[in-house]
Ligand binder design. Structure first.
Ligand SMILES: [Zn+2]
Length: 263
């Protein structure tokens, strides 16, 4: 059986050279256009592993977090037959001990976004899917195991608060979020819950790029980009190792949530 995995992330992953590009696909979905073309790749020769990459912010990173068509992006992966997604993202830290340059594998999120299309179930079919545990446990544990083996500084769990963006938090917001969450990002919602609604296993792979403004240090985009560039190799190493192990990951839970929802 061919292993197939979807990756939603920055263009650094597509350029990393660990998969051979074999084609590109444009998909028109019932929810409109995804962020860009899906890049189809192979790892380890034909038939070994299929990698399907989508640049979350589109080609040239031109779509801001609040304008991303999350529904189209996830729907497109479903159409391509993807049932596992590994999704790198850049996040700020809300805790002293979650340091820039480290990896966090979120296991919970808090939705602080607004104005986003959050579901595939807009009626007439009314479906309530459980996201008590919004991420795929099997994938998260596999990624944590890889970080452990590769001596990559990481946090195997973490709560991510997702804000609307594109602005960063105020100091008051940041201090409030610190009471409830470990990291802060702009794209985790509704990406994870949409994957859950389609029964796709979804893992977050966060790169901590900076301390959020609670730390009384100014956050600026150049610092975020510099940290991302310096640490991009860690994300590539983890994903490359993960592809080799996907065949061993068996998960029935993510799909079972749909059955529980009566779908
Ligand atoms: Zn799963």
């Amino acid at each position: 059986m061919t292993v197939k995995v979807g990756i939603i992330g920055g263009s650094g992953i597509a350029d990393a050279g660990f998969f051979n590009e074999v084609g590109r696909k444009s998909i028109e979905t019932p929810y409109g256009k995804p962020s860009g073309e899906y890049i189809l790749g192979e790892v380890g020769g034909a038939g070994k592993a299929e990698v399907i990459f989508l640049p979350r912010h589109g080609p040239g990173h031109k779509t801001p977090p609040h304008k991303i068509n999350y529904r189209a992006n996830i729907w497109g992966f479903k159409e391509l037959g993807v049932d596992k997604l590994i999704c790198p993202s850049a996040v700020g830290s809300l805790r002293e001990d979650y340091r820039p340059g480290e990896i966090c594998l979120a296991d919970q999120f808090i939705d602080w976004t607004r104005g986003r299309e959050l579901t595939f179930y807009d009626g007439p079919e009314v479906v309530h899917v459980s996201v008590a545990d919004p991420y795929c446990e099997s994938l998260r544990k596999m990624l944590a195991g890889i970080c452990e083996e590769q001596n990559i500084p990481h946090h195997p769990t973490g709560t991510m608060v997702v804000i609307a963006g594109p602005r960063f938090s105020t100091r008051a917001e940041s201090k409030m979020f610190r009471n409830y969450a470990d990291i802060i990002g702009m794209t985790g919602v509704p990406e994870a819950q949409l994957a859950r609604e389609l029964g796709i296993c979804y893992a977050n792979l966060s790169m901590i790029t900076d301390y959020d403004v609670w730390a009384e240090k100014p956050v600026n985009v150049s610092e975020v980009i510099r940290t991302m560039k310096e640490n991009a190799g860690k994300i590539q190493t983890i994903i490359e190792a993960a592809i080799g192990r996907l065949a061993d990951v068996e998960c029935k839970e993510c799909r079972a949530h749909l059955d529980e929802a009566g779908f």
